[in-house]
Design a protein around this ligand. Sequence first.
Ligand code: ARG
Length: 464
Amino acid sequence: MSDQFSKKADAWSARFNEPVSDLVKRYTASVFFDKRLAHVDIQGSLAHAEMLAAQNIITAQDYADIQRGMAQILNEIDSDKFTWSLDLEDVHLNIEKRLTELVGDAGKRLHTGRSRNDQVATDIRLYLRSAIDDIVGLLKALRLALLHVAEPHADTIIPGFTHLQVAQPVTFGHHLLAYVEMFGRDTERMADCRKRVNRLPLGAAALAGTSFPIDRLRVAATLGFDDVCHNSLDAVSDRDFAIEFCAASALLMTHVSRLSEELVIWMSPRLGFIDIADRFCTGSSIMPQKKNPDVPELARGKTGRVNGHLIALLTLMKAQPLAYNKDNQEDKEPLFDTVDTVIDTLRIFADMAAGITVKADAMRAAALQGYATATDLADYLVKKGLPFRDAHEAVAHAVRSCEQRGCDLADLSLAELRAFSALIESDVHAALTLEGSVAARSHVGGTAPAQVRAAIERLKQQLQ
Ligand code: ARG
């Protein structure tokens, strides 16, 4: 049974002459944030123990004891009865200590052929794999929600902007589909990142592997990993998979942030293009008339913290010599916060998108201002044989004249238009309407209602 040394408090205390101060203990401990890895830590430990038993490194009885102890620990954690101790530094040592309390020597044998270095790397990968699966599911829900808003607005006209100046009319459905595309690429990035997350570090032990006859492929299969990490030093030390995830998240949040910016602008009473359901907005404590788009503003703001986490992890990694260094304990909070922020944001956005009220009249009225069909007039002249540069100039004169008169291009009579080019004929007004302008852009990727409807169909098939 236990020998005299095991009574020391820390797993390594036999080596030391004095205890650490309370401040150092707090500084080096991670249990208060890494305890959220408890479930995956136990999952990893059980797979390791199963393999140890299969390889006759521990007995079947030891494995059964470990299973029994872990089942109870899971119970205690889930019912909030588990006592987490700062003295035991992290989630791994807390669980191992409790296991030993519950099942004795079998608990002490669990760590055979393993180190916390390969253990924690495994835990993070298991945790992140499931987070990615959640995010991919939420991205799909958000894309579907946007598709549903886009569908009845394949013909709704909104001014398309460049430089935030009215440029050309587009359809609102087309505008929303731009975000469906962005979130589609975000989904691909997440799925691609998952491939590199889904490899097993266990077996690397502290850094050099282990002298026990372990079966890494067996553990990988038990835990659903596609492969093992092929170099023990790399397995315990790199966090590139987490950095990659943060980079994909930063891009995802950048897309959310752009959409947020548009929602805020569209909801401004100056434009009044949309309304956002009250449950996503707040009022002002002083100005009774206010309804503020808090959720999109916060999402835009939270993009900053996700970008920050990416930089934090890159900086954490950049000067680390092989192999594991304690720096890596700092990977968790940025990673957890990135996951939490992305998941909450996507959940809220799918719901909020579905609740948007579209004010098509305001969109149309805005598209009628700003000479949005000037390019159409130039294209019209080109089709009548004028070189594009000359057409551009003729229309620029027409726009200037409209500006002076305070009217739109479509308000000019045929005779007035002909003053800018004799090539203009009675069919010109069809080209100058908003509907004519969008309908003319009927190629793959164009804003024509027919193309928007086709794109929605294609995306629906894809998302089934
Ligand atoms: N809590 C540690 C971490 O998060 C576990 C690994 C500790 N390994 C060590 N050699 N100190 O990275």
